[in-house]
Design a protein around this ligand. Sequence first.
Ligand code: KIV
Length: 298
Amino acid sequence: MKPADKVTVPSLRARKGVGPKIAMVTAYDATLARLLDEGGADILLIGDSLGMVVQGHGNTLAVTVDDICYHGRAVARAARRAHLVGDMPFMSFQVSPEKALENAGAMLKHGGFEAVKLEGGLVVAEHVHRIVQAGIPVMGHVGLLPQSVHAMGGFRVQGKGEDAAASVLADAKALEQAGAYSIVLEGLPAPVAQRITEAVGIPTIGIGAGPHCDGQVLVCYDFLGMYRDVQPKFVKRYAELGDLVIDATRRYVGEVQAGTFPGVAHSFGMGKAHSTGEPTGAKPVVASEPPAYGPTED
Ligand code: KIV
């Protein structure tokens, strides 16, 4: 990959208003990250949604900085082109700007991230400012805030009504002012997301916020049809991998029970007695060479 192809904070900012629109997806492991990266996703977000789709909780509150870093390292080993963002989990930044900076720094040191994302607007503007001042890019997140699920009374669309819309707009402007390089707009009426997108000079990335944002984000297990407990209106399934997994597992189970797997094609012969053994053919997911990017001349 040419250095110029690597997605970076400046290259994302340069797409504001001119496109192409930014396509972000979540990723949690090396195998899927490699495929999502090859598919052209611009940003891989190691989201605290992993608390729900990977760990099986009903919300994101149990996720820790260590959890996010563990999954971040796996994704960072596999990704080549995509920009890598780590989600700051519940209580890793809310307590104080100092605590937020400490944890953001730890996430870049130990998680392989190139930026962090955190939820909230005006009330975390100072936190964002401190992190940005330390040279750590911050993606904001306003509208529906999953870490405030109990305060919101569930996962509910925000910004309905003039006062609520004005308040989300003020949040977005405060984040821009604090130095955020982009903002996730979650669970907002499309006209409100459009108004915010037109009012700020940094890219907006929508989820359940209509078509007018500068980019979109979906949870990978949602758009691949693997997380099927709920299907929110804003999710479009681009594949039904859940059905494929169930069908493949049924066929595997059937063949194991019938004794038809493994057959000759999937079994090893004896070979020579002194042989060190033939290679199994197993390959690592992650290529041994490091990502082919680095400082550029411009
Ligand atoms: O945790 C997450 O996956 C997110 C996205 C849905 C924006 O925050």
